[in-house]
Design a protein around this ligand. Structure first.
Ligand code: ADP
Length: 540
């Protein structure tokens, strides 16, 4: 039942004689009805100020203010002008004195002595009328709130539709940018291949190879960023936190970003404090954040600008501040640059490329370190400042988490490379041989099992997506054989999501690496395996 209908109905009784009030009260008392008694006009008006009533029963003859005067006053006020009135008069009815508002309706006269039944039934009529009024008001309230709810839902669905449209537009823009960004490094790589095929002189060949290496690194970084951003948005990035000095983070970032700064002909100032600033962080991820800021500074500053990196400490807060003298960012865009796929629209000839994910990723990674990242700029053309704030750690000597033992040199490993893509298998084998191992190649799961059973290798580098038996099935099968119990099986795949790693470990793989695997990664991974084998064999 709506609240309004739970409320009792109020009726006002006005008479200067208390005994009359009492007998009226006794006569009219019933459930759901509250009788408000007043002994004079002013007292009645005071009650009416506070309480809405369904009916007023007014004695006509009262000292000070008679019933008619009171009624006149009630009709004069917006709040009470529609309250029905029944006058109670003694003696003969004086028509000339009848209330002027009679024609307004809902006014009645009852002669004293009162007929109890008549009075009761008249009051009942007004009681019911008032109840109906309450019902209608409750229905109106319900309709009003349903209407408001509908308007709210409509606005909300409009907002969602807008957001969807916006997301759809951003997705289209993103796909176009992605295609563009992937094509950018692919074009020089293909050109490089053509040049190499024409057997140029060794100097040019070296330069072309360096260029191809740089472009490939760029391509791999783009794809890594894409995968990272997807992992981050699903909360699937694990930090390997340890006590590290922020100076080391900055040096690692500089190693990555120096070429971009130099390529832009920018001058660079590094302002580091002497005292190491310790944080509990993931060195690789924090370096990724700083390097992102430095790359952006280099990218969004016209050639020959100035970039400065300052590291400071203020109590328990460390600050890494990257400032440039570049294109700057309009005020309204400042908070938005950390949103995914946001790129400040600029004059096309200033367009610098990128996917609009770097800062979103940096933002999330800093947040995961309980820190914050902010952007500042005085406006277009006035340079930008990015500030990363991180909590300084008080923990002394936290043991590094997840750090592998240093690789020890050992005997060459016998590696079985399994990949249905022959070129991928061939180039991987060459790489392995170049770093001093022996490689054998097979191109499907059945051959892999047969080859491994015939001569158990030290390491199996196994592709996942293969026709016939996939890598997981092959790995499960291999693990059934006693002779292959100690063989290190590495999943080498283009699927780099956390759940892919998980599936690989569940199938019995020891390691999971995503393609393309760099020579450094192979050297480190196989070196670690060699080291572990040497340690297990013990001193000779
Ligand atoms: P991307 O550089 O790939 O476009 P980011 O997420 O790194 O993506 O940056 C988002 C946007 O923020 C950039 O497109 C650029 O418009 C703006 N931005 C980032 N860093 C700077 C900077 N140092 N100066 C001016 N604009 C910047």
């Amino acid at each position: 039942m709506p609240d309004r209908l739970k409320n009792p109905v109020h009726i006002l009784l006005v008479d200067d004689l208390p005994e009359n009030l009492l007998s009226l009260e006794a006569l009219l008392r019933r459930e759901g009805l509250v009788l408000l008694k007043a002994r004079s006009g002013p007292e009645a008006l005071e009650i009416l100020l506070k309480q809405e009533v369904a009916l007023a029963l007014l004695d006509v003859q009262m000292p000070e203010m008679d019933g008619f005067e009171l009624a006149e006053m009630m009709r004069g006020s917006e709040r009470t002008k529609r309250v029905p009135i029944i006058f109670l008069t003694a003696g003969t009815t004086d028509h000339s004195r009848r209330f002027r508002g009679y024609e307004a309706g809902a006014v009645d006269f009852l002669q004293k002595p009162l007929e109890p039944d008549i009075l009761k039934s008249k009051v009942e009529v007004f009681f019911e009328l008032y109840r109906q009024k309450q019902h209608i008001a409750a229905q109106r309230d319900a309709l009003q709130s349903a209407f408001e709810e509908n308007v709210r839902l409509l606005n909300e669905s409009r907002k969602y539709a807008e957001a969807l449209k916006d997301a759809d537009r951003r997705k289209d823009e993103f796909l176009a940018t992605l295609a563009h960004e992937l094509r950018n490094p692919l074009a020089p790589i293909r050109n490089g291949l053509h040049i190499l095929k024409m057997s140029p002189n060794p100097k040019i060949a070296d330069e072309v190879r360096d260029m191809m290496d740089r472009q490939m690194t760029h391509l791999v970084r783009l794809i890594d960023d894409l995968l990272d951003v997807s992992r981050v948005s699903q909360g699937k990035i694990d930090l390997r936190r340890e006590r590290i000095a922020l100076q080391d983070v900055i040096n690692a970032a500089l190693e990555t970003s120096r070429p971009a700064i130099d390529a832009g002909g920018h001058s660079f100032t590094l302002d580091l404090p002497d005292e190491p600033i310790p944080v509990n962080g993931d060195l690789t991820r924090l370096a990724q954040v700083v390097s992102n800021l430095l790359n952006n500074a280099a990218k969004y500053t016209p050639d020959g600008g100035h970039i400065r990196l300052t590291l400071t400490r203020d109590g328990h807060e460390a600050r890494i501040i990257v400032t440039d003298t570049g294109l700057g960012i309009e005020k309204d865009m400042l908070p938005r640059v950390f949103e995914l796929f946001t790129q400040v629209e600029r004059n096309l000839n200033l367009s610098q490329g990128g996917l609009g994910i770097g800062l979103a990723l940096a933002h999330r990674l800093v947040q995961m370190h309980a820190g914050s990242i902010t952007a500042d700029s005085e406006g277009a053309g006035l340079g930008s400042t990015f500030t990363v704030r991180l909590p300084v750690t008080d923990l002394e000597g936290v043991a590094p988490e997840g750090v592998e033992p240093a690789a020890k040199a050992g005997a060459p490993l016998d590696v079985l490379v399994v990949d249905d893509n022959r070129e991928s298998a061939q180039t991987t084998s060459w790489m392995l041989e170049l770093i001093g191992h022996q490689a054998r190649m097979v191109h499907d799961g059945m051959d892999a099992i047969a080859a491994a059973k015939a001569t158990p290798p030290d390491v199996i580098l196994l592709d996942i997506g293969m026709p016939g038996m996939n890598g997981y099935e092959v790995c499960r099968e291999l693990r059934k054989h006693k002779a292959l119990k100690d063989t290190v099986i590495i999943a080498q795949t283009g699927w780099g999501q956390e759940r892919d790693r998980q599936s690989a470990f569940e199938a019995g793989f020891d390691h999971h690496v995503t393609k393309p695997v760099s020579l450094d990664r192979f050297t480190q991974l196989l070196g670690d395996i060699q080291g572990a084998q040497t340690a297990a064999d013990g001193p000779i």
